[in-house]
Design a protein around this ligand. Structure first.
Ligand code: PMP
Length: 288
């Protein structure tokens, strides 16, 4: 079914949702975006996503030509117009139409695009069996280059690491920062468990401050589990008891092998399973 796309203040048919070849989003990857889930017709953590979008935009001096309240209502209208009950929203703001030069300030109006569609998930059995990953040799963007907290339209850093994963026939790769500490996966945050304690790298290690990550930390703490944010090395990943990734699309997914080292018993561990279950219930608005 053809989708209705929000494009600069209007809902238009998919085939009419077109942007200029002079948009700096296309010419330079100059813009920001969010990926958001819809569960049971409710938009998951929308305010947190909107806050992160405006922070990303502020960091790159991009004015979003709409108030956060109006943007929230535009997202809701797009979801409704497409009859999405369980799905995925891609919200992007490009710098807008400019010239072939780099100067972003010649772009007069940023462009807002909202796509609400069904979602292509990892197959269910991958959640049961757990996923294999590799360590990428591609280093995560240095925080003084592009701050990894900015969810920018330029994902080449992550795409290069994803190519490494696909070359090894695994779906994801762990990226390390310029100091050799774990940053994140190409589209997910990293968690490990050792002796019953949950560890995740701090955002300063070079990760996006994942919204799924913060929900999972909250749910774990509510369950009296200890969560520690600290720098992790490749060794920490190799010898942990459990390992999982979090992200809007992946939710909570267990990792059972990295670089040929088997994690724990080679199956998603009990704390991973518990957190996945809790996250599912929370996302679907069920009482815990
Ligand atoms: N890191 C990166 C690089 C991402 O692109 C994402 C989002 N797919 C995440 C982490 C996870 O963030 P969230 O839980 O907000 O989706």
């Amino acid at each position: 079914m053809a989708l209705k796309i929000w494009l600069d203040g209007k809902l238009v048919d998919q085939e009419d949702a077109k942007i200029s070849v002079f948009d700096h989003g296309l010419l330079y990857g100059d813009g920001v975006f969010e990926g958001i889930r819809v569960y049971n017709s409710r938009i998951f953590e929308l305010e947190a996503h909107i806050r992160r979008l405006y922070n990303s935009a502020k960091a790159i001096r991009l004015d979003i030509s709409m108030s956060p309240e109006k943007l929230i209502s535009a997202v809701e209208k797009t979801v409704e117009a497409n009859g999405i009950i369980d799905g995925y929203i891609r919200l992007l703001v490009t710098r807008g139409v400019g010239t072939l030069g780099l100067n972003p300030f010649v772009c007069e109006n940023s462009s807002i695009i909202i796509i609400a569609d069904n979602i292509q998930l990892y197959p269910e059995e991958l959640y049961e069996t757990g996923m294999k990953v590799i360590s990428a040799t591609t280093v995560r963007n240095h925080p003084l280059a592009i701050p990894p907290q900015v969810k920018s339209l330029n994902y080449l850093n992550n795409i290069l690491a994803k190519i490494e994963a696909l070359d090894y026939e695994v779906p994801e790769a762990v990226m390390y920062n310029h100091e050799g500490y774990v940053a994140e996966a190409t589209g997910d945050n990293v968690f490990i468990i050792r002796d019953g304690v949950i560890y995740t790298p701090p955002a300063e290690a070079g990760s996006l401050e994942g919204i799924t990550r913060s929900v999972v930390i909250r749910l774990a703490k509510e369950d009296k589990l200890e969560v520690v944010e600290k720098n992790l090395t490749r060794f920490d990943l190799y010898v942990c008891d459990e390992f999982f990734l979090t992200g809007t699309a992946a939710e909570v997914i267990g990792i059972v092998e990295i670089d040929g080292r088997i994690i724990g018993k080679g199956k998603p561990g009990p704390i991973t399973k518990l957190l996945r279950k809790k996250f599912f219930k929370y996302a679907h608005g069920k009482k815990l």
